[in-house]
Design a protein around this ligand. Structure first.
Ligand SMILES: Nc1ncnc2c1ncn2[C@@H]1O[C@H](COP(=O)(O)OP(=O)(O)OC[C@H]2O[C@@H]([n+]3cccc(C(=O)O)c3)[C@H](O)[C@@H]2O)[C@@H](O)[C@H]1O
Ligand SMILES: Nc1ncnc2c1ncn2[C@@H]1O[C@H](COP(=O)(O)OP(=O)(O)OP(=O)(O)O)[C@@H](O)[C@H]1O
Ligand SMILES: NC(=O)CC[C@H](N)C(=O)O
Length: 617
C-alpha cells in the first residue's frame, strides 16, 4: 500500500513584496519538510499575490515571477511543491500552477475557467486554457510541458483544478481528471472571504471527492492581501465524501502548513465536524484585515471619531478585538514585531497597553450632541483601554456659519437651511481628527455602513473622511445585532450603553429628536429592498410585489419606501465612488471597485418607478 504525506501551505502574500513572499514560501517548505510532507500545494498565484491588478498586464511582472520560481528550485531536492504564478506564452497570460521536484520544473498547468463574478475580474488579465491542450514553455532555455497535464508521485497520480475551475458544475476539469483516473486533485485557490462561504466550500470539497472519485485537497490564500479582499487561509481535504482535514482560519501568522497521510486504499476514515457562526467569522475576518492593513501600510495604529453610536463603537471594539486575537495567537513580542510597532508597553497590563497605543478616539460634541452619547463613548473607550479625548466643535461650527451668513447677507435657519446646517457639523469634525491621524502616523477609520452607502446618508468629507472603511460592506441591521453579540459572547461589557441607544446623527437641534430611521425608513426595510434591488438585481415593480407579501407595511407606504430607496441610490453613486476602501465581507457589497458598478449619472429609474406606481395597491 503506497502512502504519501501530502500537505497544503497557506501564505499571507503582498503584491510587489517579492522577498517577503518568497520568504513565506520557503519557510512553509521547510516547515512542511519537518512535518515529513512529500508533496505540498500552495494557493493560486502565491508567488505574486492574487490582487496584483494591472501589474499582470505588464511584460516584466510575469517574467519576474518566473525568476522567483527558479529561486525556489534549490528547496525542492526532497519535496515536490505545486505553486501558483502568472505565466506568459507568447503574448498571452495564463493563471498557472507549476510543479517543482528534484530541483526541476516538472510541468505547468493552466486555469481553464476564469473567475468573473462579484469581486473577480480575471478576464482583464488572463486568458483561459483549452481543455486537453498541451504545449511547451521555454523556462530559462529548458522546454517544460505546459497545459492540461497530470503528474505522478510514488505511483499516485494527481491533477489540478485552479479555484474557479471547481465551481463550474458539469463543465469542470475535474470530470476529465476523473476519466484519466487521477487519485488526487489539488485545488489551489484565491477564494475571497465572505460570511458563510467556508461552509459552502466544505460542501464543494466533500462532494467533489465523491463526484470525482479522488481525494480532493483545497488550499486558499491568507489575509488581507492588497486592501479589499480577505482570504481565510482555508486548507481542506476530503475523501469518499468525508472531510478529513481543516485548519484554523484567518490566522495572524505569515503561513500555515497542514498535512495528512494519503493512501489510495485507506478506508473508515474519521470525518471532521466543523461549526460555523456568522458573527464569529465576521469578527475574525475584520480583525485580520485591520491588522494586515495596519502593518502593510506601515501605520502605527488607528484614529477614530467615536460618537458612542453603533457604527463607530463597533469599529472601536473590532480594533480592540484585533489586538486581543493577535496577542493570543502570536504573543506580545511577535505581535509587535509582525505589526512593525516599536511601542513601549507597560508589562503589568500589556493588552490594554497595546490598545492604548494603537487606538486613539475622540468624542467631538456639537450643540446637538447628548450626554447619553458622550457617556456611551467614554465608557466604551475606557473599558477597551483606548486613548480617549473629548472636545467641542461648537466654536468651529459658529465660525463657519457666521462667515457664510456675512458673505450671503442673511441668517441661516433650520427651516430653510437644514442640510447645510447638519453637514457643517459633520465636516468640522474632519480636519481635527485627520490632524490626530497625521500626528500619530495612524489610519483614520471611516464609519460608513452599507445601508448608509445605499442611500448616501453621510456627509461627504465629513463623516466619510478616512483612509479605510472597515464596516462599509455590512448593513446596519447586522451591525446592531453584532454589537449585542459582542457584548454577550465576546464579553465587551463596555457596549452596554451603546446597545441601549437608537441610531441618530445628532445633527439637528435636540427638540427635533432626529433619528436615522425617521430621516430614511426602518433599517430592516432598507435591508430587504437592498437585498432584492442590489444583490438580486430586481426592478422596483418586482420588489414591490415580493415585499408586499413579506413585510407588514401598507402598500402605499411600501411604494414610498421603494421610491425613496431608488431615488437616493441613483443620486448617491458618486458618494459610493468616494468612500474609503472597504473590506469585502458579505456575499455582496456596494463598493464600485469590487462588487457593484452603477452609472454615476443616470435617469434614476424614472420609468421603472412609474411602472411601480401603475400597480394596484
Ligand atoms: N452626481 C453627483 N456628482 C457629484 N456631486 C453630486 C452629485 N449629485 C449631488 N452632488 C452634490 O452632493 C452634495 C451633497 O452631498 P453632501 O454634502 O454629502 O450632503 P447630502 O447628501 O445632501 O446630505 C447629507 C445627508 O446625510 C445625513 N447625515 C450626514 C452626516 C452624518 C449622518 C449620520 O448618520 O450620522 C447623516 C444628513 O442627515 C443628510 O441627510 C451637493 O453639493 C451636490 O451638489
Ligand atoms: N459627537 C461625535 N463625536 C465624535 N464623532 C462623531 C460624533 N457624532 C458623529 N460622529 C462621527 O460621525 C459618524 C457618523 O455618525 P453615525 O450616526 O452615522 O454613526 P454612529 O453615531 O457611530 O452610529 P449611529 O448611527 O448608530 O448613531 C460617527 O460614526 C462618528 O465617527
Ligand atoms: N480565484 C477564483 O477563481 C475565485 C472564484 C471562486 N468562485 C471563489 O470565490 O472561490
Amino acid at each position: 500500500m503506497s502512502i504519501l504525506k501530502i500537505g497544503g501551505a497557506t501564505v499571507n502574500q503582498t503584491p510587489l513584496d517579492w522577498e517577503g513572499n518568497l520568504k513565506n514560501i520557503t519557510n512553509a517548505i521547510e516547515e512542511a519538510k519537518s512535518q515529513g510532507i512529500e508533496l505540498l500545494c500552495f494557493p493560486e498565484l502565491a508567488i505574486t499575490g492574487y490582487g496584483s491588478e494591472d501589474l499582470f498586464l505588464s511584460k516584466w511582472y510575469p517574467e519576474k515571477s518566473l525568476e522567483q520560481l527558479k529561486r525556489l528550485l534549490p528547496y525542492t531536492k526532497d519535496i515536490t511543491i505545486c505553486i501558483g504564478l502568472p505565466v506568459r506564452i507568447g503574448e498571452i497570460l495564463y493563471n498557472c500552477t507549476a510543479v517543482l521536484e528534484a530541483e526541476k520544473v516538472l510541468g505547468v498547468m493552466a486555469k481553464q475557467f476564469l473567475a468573473i463574478d462579484g469581486v473577480h475580474y480575471e478576464f482583464r488579465w488572463f486568458s483561459s486554457w483549452t481543455a486537453g491542450k498541451i504545449t511547451t514553455l521555454d523556462f530559462f532555455g529548458e522546454s517544460i510541458p505546459f497545459g492540461d497535464i497530470v503528474f505522478d508521485k510514488k505511483g499516485i497520480t494527481y491533477g489540478f483544478e485552479i479555484c474557479e475551475d471547481a465551481w463550474r458544475g458539469d463543465l469542470r476539469p475535474g470530470y476529465r481528471l476523473k476519466d484519466r483516473q487521477v487519485n488526487l486533485i489539488f485545488n489551489p485557490s484565491a477564494s475571497h472571504f465572505a460570511m458563510g462561504k467556508s461552509a459552502h466550500r466544505e460542501e464543494l470539497v466533500t462532494e467533489s471527492s465523491i463526484a470525482l472519485n479522488a481525494t480532493y485537497f483545497y488550499v486558499n490564500l491568507l489575509g488581507n492581501e492588497a486592501g479589499r479582499m480577505i482570504f481565510d487561509g482555508e486548507i481542506l481535504a476530503a475523501k469518499d465524501g468525508k472531510l478529513l482535514l481543516k485548519n484554523p482560519l484567518l490566522s495572524f501568522r505569515p503561513y500555515q502548513v497542514r498535512g495528512f497521510e494519503f493512501s489510495k486504499d485507506a478506508k473508515s476514515l474519521e470525518a471532521i465536524k466543523s461549526v460555523h457562526n456568522k458573527n464569529e467569522e465576521f469578527t475574525a475576518a475584520v480583525c485580520l484585515a485591520l491588522f494586515d492593513y495596519m502593518r502593510k501600510s506601515r501605520s502605527t495604529g488607528f484614529v477614530l471619531s467615536l460618537s458612542g453610536g453603533a457604527d463607530s463603537s463597533s469599529i472601536a471594539t473590532l480594533v480592540a478585538e484585533m489586538v486581543n486575537r493577535g496577542f493570543s495567537e502570536l504573543g506580545l513580542d511577535a505581535f509587535l514585531e509582525r505589526a512593525r510597532l516599536k511601542h513601549e508597553i507597560p508589562s503589568e497590563a500589556p493588552l490594554k497597553g497595546v490598545v492604548k497605543k494603537i487606538l486613539t478616539t475622540a468624542y467631538q460634541g456639537s450643540e446637538n450632541s447628548s450626554e447619553d452619547t458622550l457617556a456611551s463613548a467614554r465608557s466604551l473607550a475606557e473599558s477597551l483601554g483606548a486613548t480617549f479625548y473629548d472636545w467641542k466643535i461648537s466654536e468651529e461650527v459658529s465660525s463657519y456659519t457666521q462667515k457664510i451668513e456675512k458673505a450671503i447677507g442673511r441668517q441661516l435657519t433650520w427651516d430653510h437651511d437644514d442640510i447645510a446646517l447638519q453637514n457643517i457639523q459633520a465636516r468640522v469634525r474632519a480636519p481635527v481628527i485627520w490632524m490626530l491621524a497625521n500626528l500619530n502616523n495612524a489610519l483614520l477609520l471611516a464609519t460608513s455602513n452599507r445601508s448608509e452607502g445605499d442611500v448616501g446618508y453621510a456627509t461627504m468629507d465629513g463623516d466619510t473622511s478616512g483612509s479605510i472603511s472597515p464596516i462599509a460592506a455590512v448593513d446596519k441591521e447586522f451591525i446592531l445585532q453584532w454589537l449585542q453579540w459582542a457584548e454577550k459572547s465576546l464579553g465587551y461589557t463596555g457596549l452596554q450603553k451603546v446597545n441601549s441607544l437608537q441610531p441618530t446623527a445628532e445633527l439637528r437641534p435636540r427638540e427635533q429628536h432626529q433619528t436615522d430611521e425617521q430621516d430614511l425608513m426602518p433599517y430592516p426595510v432598507i435591508v430587504e429592498i437592498e437585498r432584492l434591488a442590489i444583490r438580486d438585481r430586481r426592478k422596483p415593480a418586482d420588489i414591490y410585489l415580493i415585499l408586499k407579501q413579506e413585510l407588514d407595511i401598507s402598500p402605499v407606504q411600501l411604494k414610498k419606501y421603494i421610491h425613496k430607496f431608488f431615488r437616493l441610490w441613483s443620486r448617491n453613486q458618486w458618494k459610493r465612488e468616494r468612500l474609503a476602501p472597504s473590506f469585502h465581507l458579505d456575499d455582496f457589497n456596494v463598493d464600485p471597485k469590487t462588487w457593484c458598478r452603477f452609472p454615476i449619472l443616470s435617469g434614476g429609474f424614472t420609468e421603472e418607478l412609474y411602472e411601480l406606481d401603475q400597480i394596484d395597491e
